[in-house]
Write a protein that binds this ligand. Structure first.
Ligand SMILES: [Zn+2]
Length: 137
């Protein structure tokens, strides 16, 4: 993902993260969201796009536990969980992220997860979600 930091199409996403916000591109013509960033809406080809703020709460769609090294710089994190999350207020977006503070056997399809934003500025690969406080109690 390091190369994404340098891609100007991603700049609004990373600038929003610095403000502890999640923003995704939304088309002003058809209203639909998309991810990854593109110069035009993949649904209607309009280039009239807005980076819309979403909630920090999402629904877990899928996940896997990584137990083998794929990138040496993340070896100290093994095992770790990669999840795909969806946002109720940004339908159509499935966002790949880290899932933390939960045992893999406790994960459930459809469970609510929330953005971890309690450790200062958020940056990849530190962007993480964890089960919502309601689930963890
Ligand atoms: Zn559109």
């Amino acid at each position: 993902m390091d190369e994404d930091h340098d891609n100007p199409e991603y700049r609004p996403f990373f600038d929003a993260l610095k403000r502890h916000e999640l923003r995704f591109p939304q088309c002003n013509t058809c209203g639909r969201f998309h991810w990854y960033p593109m110069p035009a809406c993949p649904h209607c080809q309009s280039s009239n796009l807005t980076w819309t703020k979403t909630s920090e709460s999402a629904t877990l769609y899928a996940w896997t536990q990584v137990c083998h090294s794929f990138a040496p710089k993340f070896d100290d994190r093994i095992p770790y969980i990669i999840g795909v999350v969806e946002f109720a207020d940004a339908p159509g977006i499935r966002f790949i992220t880290n899932i933390v503070d939960v045992a893999p056997e406790d994960l459930r399809h459809g469970m609510t997860v929330e953005l971890c934003n309690d450790k200062g500025p958020i940056a990849l690969p530190e962007l993480r979600f964890r089960p919502s406080s309601e689930v963890r109690l």
